[in-house]
Design a binder for this molecule. Sequence first.
Ligand code: DGY
Length: 321
Amino acid sequence: MKDLREYKVMATGKIRQVAMDALQEQVQLLSWQQGGRMPKEQFDEWLAQADAIYSTGNIRVDEALLAKAPRVKVIAQASVGYDNIDVEACRDRGIVVGHTPGVLVDAVADLAYGLVLDSARHIVRGSEHVKSGLWGQRKGLGFGTDLAGKTLGIIGMGDIGSALVPRAKASKMQVIYHNRHQRTDDAQLDVTYVSQEELLRQADFVVLTVTLNPSTRGLINRETLALMKPTASLINVARGPIVDMEALYEALAQGRLACAALDVTDPEPLPGEHKLLTLPNVTVTPHIAASTVETRDAMALLTVENILKGLAGEALPAQVK
Ligand code: DGY
């Protein structure tokens, strides 16, 4: 087996210092740490030399990219989602793909819960109200709604969805969920499995934690939004294209949906002049669900581990199957 130092690992964007240190110690790191976008010529030149790719999620891994990366054996992405990677095409070329499940669960569940709270209590809207001087002018903000006694509907009850449950229970909510398959621990979690249609009809807060794939793209659209209560809120911490943004805008603007809180949008970044941002009943955060120091470092270190194991010809600790 080759000494790891003989391998070149290309990072596609800025990576955490802990990952830099770990990789520089063990392999040859090709990494663009200057500000701005890596020039295309530089990107292609490194791609041609790389044995592994550390993806920060800013690239589309498709046939075209793989054709320019003849030496690559491992692609490890510092995120749990990997909808930007053609896993089948990688498999056909014998390339193993890694991601970072597990380590970000609590951070993402916290943000999802925060957005549920914000939808109920208008925290961001309240702050904007004060900052714009409206409180000083004795203008009212309007009332929020209690979480206690309300129903949270989780679409996509994996690790993140189930980590949201105790948070919702702390606010005395009931939890229903929909998944491709019913879980075996419903009683333990104190949750109820329902069809997607039932969930949309019953839930006061719908949280999307499902992965983006052809069956979930556009899952929230005009028809599914029409099933939701006009008093309900939609929270998306999964991927932007799961929601039809135009249909969401119409539902919110026409009062057919109370509120939306989105950590992910379509497109990303969402342009500042996007019409959704003109609505008072929308909170948008810039895809920060996993963006805490501790979680980003843990994701970076798992990505490094995936790369090093892959280069050594061993099973990745977090391999996409
Ligand atoms: C992920 O890891 O997929 C999250 O969206 C974090 O950015």
